[in-house]
Ligand binder design. Sequence first.
Ligand SMILES: *Cc1c(COP(=O)(O)O)cnc(C)c1O
Length: 380
Amino acid sequence: MTISYKELATKGVQGLTPYQPGKPIEELERELGISDSLKLASNENPLGPSHKVQDVLKQNLSSLHLYPDGSAHLLRQRLAQEHQLLMSQITLGNGSNDVLELVARAYLTDKDSAVFSEYAFAVYPIVTQAIGARAIVAKAYPAEHEEMPYGHDLKAIADAVDATTKVIFLANPNNPTGTWIEPAALYEFFNKISESVIIVLDEAYFEYMPKTLQPESVKWLAEFPNLIITRTFSKIHALAGLRVGYAASGEAIADMLNRVRQPFNVNTLAQLAACAALDDQEHITKSVFMNSFSLRLLLRGLDDLNLDYIPTIGNFITVDFKREAATIYSALLHQGVIVRPLANYGLPNHLRITIGSKQQVERALMALDIVLNDPQAAGI
Ligand SMILES: *Cc1c(COP(=O)(O)O)cnc(C)c1O
């Protein structure tokens, strides 16, 4: 008898579709035999890690035979100081993705549900499904919505919560749409949700938001014991390759997350790098500045190409090609430019482009121009 190892797996895992990451540069270059390609597919910071971070990394290579500090004392202390929280309110993760998974493992079972919006970050359905919990997807605002096309509809999210709901996942700004929620609306929403439902507010792009749109979410932790804020070092701090992120929450929730956390989930170099990154304010400021400069440049270019896009406050923008974008995606690959297809998000006509440096924006616009206006040159 042949055994089906699929059927032996848990129901949740059987139904799982794996996360589709942005195409790595090496893979594209191997496949097409090209070089000098550009990846604008995973919202990485074009500046790269701060020199202070790089120095710390070099200085600590010789201690890699030792296990990391499993409690990440120094980094948690630094984060607690940064946010004026207790160390016991900080849970570290191997990227914030890890923290999202800890929430699912600590709070969801196959009898529970998690609520999130249509077009929400792909990791929410994955961590929910992996546990075997039910995903309830609230309709997003339609494409024609005047203020926030494709944006999260907080009323729809609140209405979707039922007796089985234990967790709400909410990204602000959201990836892949770049849409956001006004601080006052967010606060009102938190007040509406029962304290028995955990709200995960994913603030991966917090630093990129204009100051007026940054909610005082960390302060709200004192008011909402069911709130978990997640942040990451992958975006503004340019440390995506090291994998470090964290949750800030009430102590009671942090205690539960910590119980399911792998003892050494954040490696030694990541801990040291994250501390150094927090200390380099200049690099953060420079990253924000570069992004807003490049965004303006990119918007002008997209307008010149008569392309429609979803308004964004992140380090990426989602462009609406008004037709199947798969061919455009492949043609861009042949120009050596990797962007992100969004068909798996239910947005087959859209592509997401990371904003990048000035030179990268210029190159992306040039590639788009060739692909859209000179199909012969683009070979399509
Ligand atoms: C990039 C991103 C993250 C961060 O992922 P890491 O695991 O920290 O690299 C989390 N949430 C959203 C919405 C993101 O776009």
